[in-house]
Design a protein around this ligand. Structure first.
Ligand SMILES: Cc1cc2nc3c(=O)[nH]c(=O)nc-3n(C[C@H](O)[C@H](O)[C@H](O)COP(=O)(O)OP(=O)(O)OC[C@H]3O[C@@H](n4cnc5c(N)ncnc54)[C@H](O)[C@@H]3O)c2cc1C
Length: 503
């Protein structure tokens, strides 16, 4: 007699035995639920039920690219997204919020954004050479430094220019970039090297590097801590990250492809990707917990609904991931990465000009300021009237963005307006405030994009994207070769392939 038969018999006997016993003791009726519970225990275990092969958390570019890749390979995939829209940090303003619908999030698409350009073409979104971009037109900018309005031509010899002799040319932010470019030790065209331990000695603060190059406190503040596109200030960012950015920019510039921006707004690309995805996307469904199990992963939403899948792909920025519970907890360096990776502060105040202040004072309409106005940019976003200023934005980065974002909206508006009018009197009564947008105080973003503090690349860049059992990770912060939107696409592709390899 085989072992299986033996054990079956034993199970049957045990079940009858218990029923008989319960009947005899009169417990059958009173403890019926308990009894049935016992009965179900002795049946063969049910196959685990799954809502999907893969649950993708987040409908930004990384999540959408991963979900489409997995769907095309025949898997049952669901996407879960906290907000009511697709695209995450690709976010075009609504025309009703800001005329000309500028980008609130990602704006520039590089010529070498192969995956993104490919997706745009595949899903029918046209890329235009020029589109409403969040930047002034060439030649239409002034520098507003210490309340002096200075043209770019006059900047080089201006008394307010604090840069060392060799770095006085260019815009106030360009000297720091010149230093990064001079020092960049990464091999040309090598997009992977930045994580190589051999370059760990460069994982130091921008502040230290500029000090060594002879920059004064004032010069460092202006070139690397004011309106910086990355980090909060020069002390909080690793120069090694800038080397990676430089290599990436160089590769983009050398690419034969044509970048630009999507006609109608960059958000049309993730929308078209979501449209092409045939399976379920749950919008307005913030995730609050993820539990990895031996045979699957459970995901609990804020409405307490739980879904199960064989695999889960988390594409949330680390700042949003910190808000949800993960079990088991990530360990060691990966835990540190999720806890400590920081996000670039960015807040924006959008206005409509009510008079042509630039004609009144005869100066270019946009200003790069060292005050609360940040980068004040006049945007020309009407294709039928290309010279019309459709909106203006005080685009705030660095510590200024953090300070303004902490204020009550009306106080923030008052402070920014006061600063702008003090610098440029023609702005008095010239702007109608229409929209405030913050990436900082946003639970699903926590900032514009990840940046690496000194020491962090060497400490945890190699660990951040490691799968934890059946839980995988993607998102721009996990990209290796590319940055920004293309980094998000790259990371989604990588994670989808990781999962396919396991299935
Ligand atoms: C102001 C700004 C300017 C930029 N400029 C450029 C540029 O010029 N060029 C460029 O290439 N890139 C730029 N970027 C960066 C680019 O937008 C990002 O790198 C990219 O879009 C990130 O995609 P992602 O999929 O990794 O993350 P996300 O787009 O953030 O997607 C993650 C998704 O997860 C969702 N989510 C978060 N928490 C939860 C939760 N608890 N439950 C469910 N869902 C959740 C979010 O709502 C979001 O939709 C810019 C970004 C900003 C903000």
């Amino acid at each position: 007699m085989g072992r299986g038969v033996k054990s079956n018999k034993k199970q049957t006997f045990n079940a009858i035995d218990r029923r008989e016993m319960l009947k005899k003791t009169g417990l059958a009726l009173t403890v019926a639920p308990f009894y049935f519970g016992l009965d179900s225990c002795v049946k063969a275990p049910k196959a685990p039920s799954f809502d999907a092969d893969v649950l993708v958390l987040g409908a930004g570019l990384s999540g959408l690219n991963a979900a489409l890749t997995l769907e095309n390979l025949g898997l049952n995939v669901k996407i879960i997204e906290a907000t009511d829209r697709f695209g995450g940090r690709v976010h075009t303003a609504k025309e009703s919020d800001v005329p000309g619908h500028p980008e609130l999030g990602a704006n520039g698409i590089g010529g070498g954004y192969a995956r993104l350009l490919d997706a745009a073409q595949k899903y029918g979104v046209e890329i235009g050479p020029y589109r409403p971009r969040t930047e002034p037109r060439k030649g239409e900018i002034l520098y507003a430094i210490k309340n002096n309005l200075i043209t770019p031509e006059n900047w080089v010899n201006h008394a307010a220019n604090p840069m060392p002799e060799a770095f006085r040319k260019g815009s106030p932010s360009s000297p720091a970039w010149s230093v990064y470019s001079q020092l960049n030790p990464l091999p040309k065209n090598d997009l992977v090297a930045w994580r190589n331990p051999e370059y760990a000695k460069w994982d130091r603060s921008v502040y230290d590097i500029l000090k060594e190059k002879g920059f004064s406190e004032e010069a460092i503040q202006l070139t690397a801590s004011t309106n910086s596109s990355y980090g909060a200030d020069a002390k909080s960012i690793s120069v090694l990250m800038y080397f990676q950015i430089l290599n990436f920019i160089t590769q983009q510039a050398a690419s034969a492809g044509k970048g630009g921006a999507a006609i109608g707004g960059n958000q049309r690309i993730p929308e078209a990707m979501a449209n092409a995805f045939k399976q379920d996307i749950l919008l307005k469904s913030p995730v609050k917990g993820v539990v990895g199990e031996a045979d699957g992963v459970s995901v609990t939403l804020e409405n307490d609904k739980t879904l199960r899948a064989k695999y889960v792909l988390i594409t949330l920025p680390a700042s949003a991931l910190r808000r949800i519970s993960l079990s088991p907890l990530p360990k060691g360096k990966q835990q540190k990465a999720f806890q400590e990776l920081s996000y670039t502060p960015c807040a924006q105040l959008h206005f409509v000009p009510t008079k042509k202040y630039w004609e009144e004072d005869g100066m270019p309409p946009s200003m790069w300021t060292d005050q609360l106005g940040g980068r004040f940019m006049a945007l020309k976003n009407d294709p039928s009237d290309p010279d019309k200023v459709t909106s203006c934005v005080a685009y705030l980065n660095s510590n200024v963005a953090i300070a303004i974002d902490k204020m009550k909206r009306e106080d923030a508006l008052e402070a920014v307006m006061k600063s702008l009018v003090t610098m440029r009197p023609s702005l008095k009564d010239a702007l109608q405030f229409v929209h405030y947008w913050t990436w900082i105080n946003n639970p699903y973003a926590g900032g514009a994009y990840a940046y690496w503090k000194p020491g962090q690349i060497s400490e945890f860049a190699l660990d951040i994207a490691q799968p934890m059992g059946r839980v995988h990770f993607a998102g721009e912060h996990t990209a290796v070769l590319s940055r920004g939107m293309e980094g998000a696409m790259e990371s989604g592709e990588r994670a989808a392939l990781e999962i396919i390899n396991k299935i």
